[in-house]
Write a protein that binds this ligand. Structure first.
Ligand code: MEV
Length: 289
């Protein structure tokens, strides 16, 4: 029996703009998905096309138990985390000897297949490797980890990433003269933020700008606006949508002392708050009996 886990992720900067080759920064966060795999003649496992595909790709049969700290369809990369943790546990239980890069690439291929062509290479890369990652086009580079204090606010409004990406694509086709400068501005502020990565106060201001630009792209939602405003009013350095928007989650960058106040303000607005920080482990072995 092998148990592996993989973390969730947030976009600090640049979601949607990365789809058009602009830079973005994503970060693995502490909440995880835990997956146990056991060799078995009569396998039992949760109904999940991601898990089915993991076993098909690895060419083995086994039972699976999943425990998740990440809500699905919230923009925290839970399907990538399930897929990476399941592949890692299969790899271990059946002694297949695949490297982490292979697990990340296979997880991306599985996400693409299950999601019918649209998947985020960022999600599978960040949750396999952990830490902070700069994404530019097809290239991904790990950045030195920063101990940023973050509160995630889940609106509990579930969204479809594919739909939101399509919506931005439609806006870009209809009004390229409006959408392209917004995407350029997101790219520019991501680079400016990178130069200030050790200064949370400055980063907070860039997050506020990024949020306004995401709303201008049409991926805002009344529930995320409410949580962003509540987080800022209760002492966050800055707050923004994280992920595809249209509901899903927000992140607030906070002074350490303001974290529980910000979390309380999010909960008072009917959101679910997670107080967290960077995860630097990525996919991790929990135990093997
Ligand atoms: C979704 O978490 C982030 C998007 O930029 C899509 C992607 O990067 O694949 C909206």
């Amino acid at each position: 029996m092998a148990t592996w886990s993989a973390p969730g992720k947030v976009f600090l900067f640049g979601e949607h703009a990365v789809v058009y080759g602009k830079p973005g920064v994503a970060m693995a966060i502490k909440p995880r998905v835990f997956v146990t795999v056991r060799k078995s003649r009569n396998p039992t496992r949760p109904k999940s096309p991601y898990i089915d595909e993991c076993f098909r790709m690895m060419g083995v049969r086994g039972s699976v138990y999943v425990h998740s700290q990440l809500q699905s369809s919230s923009g925290l990369g839970s399907s990538a985390a399930v897929t990476v943790a399941t592949l890692s546990a299969i790899n271990d239980e059946f002694n297949l000897g695949h490297a982490r890069e292979y697990i990340a690439e296979t997880a991306f291929a599985i996400e693409k297949k299950v999601q019918k062509g649209r998947a985020s290479p960022t999600d599978t890369y960040v949750c396999a490797n952990g830490g902070m990652v700069l994404i530019t086009g097809n290239s991904k580079r790990r950045l030195p980890p920063e101990n940023l204090q973050v509160v995630v606010g889940n609106t509990l409004v579930s969204h479809s990433t594919a739909k939101m990406v399509e919506q931005v694509g439609n806006l870009r086709r209809k009004h390229p003269e409006v959408a392209n400068p917004i995407l350029d501005a997101i790219g520019a502020l991501t680079l400016a933020a990178l130069h200030n990565i050790g200064n949370p106060k400055e980063l907070g201001q860039y997050m506020d700008m990024n949020h306004a630009l995401l709303e201008a792209l049409g991926v805002g939602h009344p529930a995320s606006s409410k949580l962003v405003l509540a987080a800022r009013a209760s002492g966050a350095y800055g707050a923004k949508i994280t992920g595809a928007g249209g509901g899903g989650c927000i992140i607030a960058l906070c002074p350490r002392r303001a974290k529980s106040r910000v979390a309380g303000a999010i909960e008072a607005c009917e959101g679910r708050a997670i107080i967290t920080t960077i995860d630097t482990d990525g996919a991790r072995k929990e135990k093997h009996d």
